[in-house]
Design a protein around this ligand. Structure first.
Ligand code: S3P
Length: 449
């Protein structure tokens, strides 16, 4: 069988076109794939390392643009962080409450996790002033979800549109503890408040309507924070005036990055892939449940626990997928995988419905509009819903000129769709993949060989 021809073209403005030419006879994907470190865990390892006492050693950190943004911000706040160019990164912490006032604006780039989690730490540093911003996408994303609860803790934060958009200015204060009932299941909101609670006298609690990823809770405990969890009510309480101590962190592979290969292996006939070292924390495995509902042939092998996080190798063999409905409490456990699930649904028999996912509209792009527009250019039948999508499966896709909307997960999802589309697909602004998956294209070439 012929391989796909995959080319990366750099434009004059430095943006990249990823061109995928599928051979007329089709493809089959084979191989063992190692994926980059988990983005959520990477951010938290850098942040907790920075506010801990002593040294933190991070193995397997994601060397993508987003963790680089976190590293730059925390270096400006006083932490010493070794170069982000090897699999082992060292952080020399400054101890909780010891941020220096940065000389310049803290730039979180494209990263919602960086800005929102960092805001909780900045707001609880009395007597110090900080300014934070991000790129075009981040400056249009809602910050009120963290600014409001922080204000309830008596934080002082100013910004555009009634203090809801970055750039934001923060005058650090001694905060007071609250019990915050979050209206959304968001790990960024939960983590922001818990981090603010670390340097606040008393007990700070967050209750969320459904369980979001719990990496902060796991890592805070490992670093020595006093934390109690009530699974009945989805509540977490942190005790203030905490002391954190540097740790050895091992970052598992990112299930959100594995998801591209799990869908690719499912939809491209005759494929068999093994994705190695995938983090399978139950607050993240909604994608495995959704693909199982769709009849995917996926097995977890070599299941183990690495530094407090469950890990497995995941084998996928191609199969005819069928439609399903994805809604309710599963949504926070697969929120970042919905773009690639939309691709899977395009090749499934029947009509897939995705609901309760309005959060997708305020991610790095409006992911509902982005996926509907771009997949429809390839001949798919995707209808936008206010809080999701309706996808009529079984339409043959054809190559087209599509665009990432500068969103990493949109660009990579379209590349996987292209593997099963007749002809040639060009993905514009494909460089966005570097946010979470710097070597995505080389792995794509490898599995298509
Ligand atoms: C993240 C939480 C999620 C997710 C994002 C990373 C985190 O966002 O979409 O990619 O690391 O806490 P929300 O908390 O806004 O749902």
């Amino acid at each position: 069988m012929l391989a796909a021809i995959i080319t990366l073209q750099t434009q004059e403005n430095a943006s990249q076109n990823l061109i995928i030419q599928r051979p007329p006879s089709g493809l089959s994907l084979q191989g063992r794939i190692s994926i980059p470190g988990d983005k959520s865990i990477s951010h938290r390892a850098l942040m907790l390392g920075a506010i801990a006492e002593g040294e933190t050693e991070i193995q397997g950190l994601l060397l993508g643009e987003d963790p680089r943004s976190t590293a730059h911000c925390f270096q400006a706040l006083g932490a010493e962080i070794s170069e982000l160019n090897t699999q082992l990164v060292r952080v020399k912490g400054i101890g909780l409450g010891n941020f220096q006032e940065p000389m310049d604006v803290l730039n979180a780039g494209n990263s919602g996790t960086t800005i929102r989690l960092m805001l909780g730490l900045l707001a609880s540093h009395p007597g110090r002033f900080f300014t934070v911003t991000g790129d075009d996408s981040l400056r249009s994303r809602p910050m009120s979800r963290v600014v409001k609860p922080l204000q309830q803790m008596s934080a002082e934060i100013w910004g555009r549109k009634g203090n809801t958009l970055a750039p934001l200015a923060v005058q650090g204060q001694a905060l007071k503890p609250i019990h915050y009932h979050s209206p959304i299941a968001s790990a960024q909101v939960k983590s922001c408040i818990l981090l603010a609670g670390l340097n606040t006298e008393g007990k700070t609690t967050v209750t969320e309507p459904a369980l979001s990823r719990d990496h902060s809770e796991r890592m805070l405990k490992a670093f020595g924070a006093e934390l109690s969890i009530d699974p009945e009510t989805n509540s977490v309480t942190v005790t203030g005036n905490a002391k954190l101590y540097g740790q050895k962190v091992v970052v598992p592979g990112d299930i959100s990055s594995a998801a591209f290969w799990l869908v690719a292996g499912s939809i491209v006939p005759g494929s068999e892939l093994v994705v190695e070292n995938v983090g399978v924390n139950p607050t993240r495995t909604g994608i495995l449940e959704a693909l199982a509902m769709m009849g995917a042939d996926i097995q977890l092998e070599n299941q183990r626990e690495v530094a407090g996080e469950p890990v497995a190798d995941v084998r996928v063999r191609s199969s005819q997928l069928k439609s399903c409905t994805i809604a309710g409490d599963i949504i926070p456990r697969l929120i970042d995988e919905i773009p690639i699930l939309a691709v899977a649904a395009t090749f499934a028999e029947g009509t897939t419905i995705i609901r309760d996912a309005a959060e997708l509209r305020v991610k790095e792009s409006d992911r509902i509009t982005a996926m509907a527009q771009q997949l429809n250019k390839m001949g798919a039948k995707v209808t936008e819903l206010p809080d999701g999508m309706e996808i009529v499966g079984g339409t043959a896709l054809v190559g087209a000129e599509v665009d990432s909307h500068t969103d990493h997960r949109i660009g990579m999802s379209l590349a996987i769709a292209a593997l099963n589309a007749n002809g040639t697909t060009t993905i514009h602004r494909a460089e966005a993949a570097a946010i979470s998956y710097p070597n995505f294209t080389s792995t794509l070439v490898e599995v298509c060989r």
